[in-house]
Design a binder for this molecule. Structure first.
Ligand code: ARG
Length: 459
């Protein structure tokens, strides 16, 4: 049998494989709520513009609501031969309301319909990702406040660099997430133009009111060019790009958690709720959730790359290639949602191991910069010379296998005769972090103030 929606000029139906490659219903059925919303806005406008008689509008509206109820109740039967969600809804609508259903598609095409549905779905998803990212920021800011004074090693090249506070490290991610949220909101603002009414590609000869449908669906305005309306998926690309960057941030943090929970580091403890055991090694507490957050960035980046490649060679306007925008976009944005939720859970429960962190913060000559700064500040040495003197002292200490603070004053004075007892005060990690009071620095007072500011702003 040829397709009821477009089969007029076809004598026979599609080959089995044609049907299989062509159908998107398996994955676009999740657009049912958006599709019905769009159709309700469209039919109401057709009525208001005098394009459809009021009784047809009423029948179609009632019918669309019954279809929505059936889908929500799970009684709707999706059939592959109906290809996609748009034709599935219309076909069921025809069964319910009869001939009048055929008028719904006046002044519209599946091309503007699918672009509208996707925008509505992506828009809702961006809104909820923004909220989820805010939840994670809140959890991190609260951890930061509790651990504003907990010292830990700060790293560059994963080598001990300078002591920082655990709270400061948490707030670094709060900042990244703030930019991620900004990107979600930018993408949302840019996508918020309604393609409905662009029809197949050229617009329509019916006197439609695109401003009415745009505002009924919560868009800021209709899209200005009918070809562009149906031909681009940059809103999905931009959202996937924002999602990829956020996923990369989460992945880096996840990687840190994996390293930090290892027996060798023992920096933090994840809760039982976010670790798993091994079926053979009873001692194990594996950070699976963190590992999976790290891994899922792969599929999110993959979806962005995949869709970029799908789009790159397409002439205007619509091509069926664009049906391939869906699975990757759905999958990636959902994966990010799960990652944000898992991260929030892990952060809320995790406990830094303060004693280990403090010990590690002092090892690896992490206060060498403090010594060099002291030589500059107190003795007026140029920084390069202070660097040199400090380097010599680190060499002496390291040859003896001791920390800088364990060198005697005499040993210090061999490198620089003017060094006094007062130098020892800056060699402790607590003093080191407390002295980093420059704006954005790791001093506990700074961290406390910033964490409190975030908690207030996040509400
Ligand atoms: N299922 C299609 C998609 O997702 C809907 C648009 C079909 N348009 C067409 N001209 N065949 O892209």
């Amino acid at each position: 049998m040829s397709n009821r929606m477009w089969g007029g000029r076809f004598a026979s139906g599609p080959a089995e494989i044609m049907e299989e490659i062509n159908a998107s219903i398996g994955f676009d059925k999740r657009l049912a709520p958006q599709d019905i919303r769009g159709s309700l806005a469209h039919v109401a406008m057709l009525g208001q513009a005098g394009i459809l008689p009021a009784d047809d509008v009423a029948a179609i509206e009632a019918g669309l609501k019954s279809v929505r109820d059936e889908i929500e109740a799970g009684t709707f039967v999706f059939k592959r031969e109906l290809e996609d969600i748009h034709m599935s809804v219309e076909s069921r609508l025809t069964e319910i309301v009869g001939m009048a259903a055929g008028r719904l598609h006046t002044a519209r095409s599946r091309n503007d319909q699918v672009a509208t549905d996707m925008k509505l779905w992506v828009r809702d998803t961006l809104d909820s990702l923004d909220q989820q990212a805010a939840d994670l920021q809140r959890a991190l800011a609260e951890k930061a406040l509790t651990h504003a004074e907990t010292v830990m090693p700060g790293f560059t090249h994963l080598q001990s660099a300078q002591p920082v506070t655990f709270g400061h490290h948490c707030l670094a991610y709060v900042e990244m997430l703030a930019r991620d949220r900004g990107r979600f909101r930018d993408a949302r603002a840019r996508l918020n133009e309604c393609p409905l009414g662009a029809a197949a590609l050229a617009g329509t000869s019916f006197p439609i009111d695109r401003h009415a449908t745009a505002s009924a669906l919560g868009f800021d305005r209709p899209t200005a060019n009918s070809l562009d309306s149906v031909a681009d998926r940059d809103f999905a690309l931009e959202s996937l790009a924002a999602a990829s960057i956020c996923a990369v941030h989460l992945s880096r943090f996840a990687e840190e958690l994996v390293v930090w929970t290892s027996a060798q580091f023992n920096f933090v403890r994840l809760s039982d709720g976010y670790t798993t055991g091994s079926s053979i090694m009873p001692q194990k507490r594996n950070p699976d959730a963190a590992e999976l957050v790290r891994a899922k960035s792969g599929r999110i980046i993959g979806a962005l790359t995949g869709l970029l490649v799908v789009m790159k060679g397409l002439p205007l306007a619509y091509s069926k290639d664009m049906q391939e925008d869906k699975e990757g976009t759905f999958d990636a944005l959902q994966a990010l949602s799960l990652c944000l939720a898992a991260m929030t859970g892990m952060v809320k429960d995790l406990e830094p191991n303060a004693a280990v962190l403090s010990q590690a913060a002092g090892s690896g000559y992490a206060t060498a910069t403090d010594l060099a700064d002291w030589l500059v500040r107190e003795l007026g040495l140029p920084f390069r010379q202070a660097h040199h003197v400090t380097g010599r002292l680190v060499g002496v200490a390291s040859a003896k296998g001791v920390g800088l603070e364990e060198l005697s004053l005499l040993e210090m004075q061999e490198a620089e005769p003017r060094i006094t007892e007062a130098v020892y005060a800056v060699l402790g990690v607590g003093n080191s972090v407390a002295s980093r009071t420059s704006y954005g620095g790791t001093a506990p007072d700074n961290v406390r103030r910033q964490a409190q500011g975030w908690i207030e702003r996040l509400g």
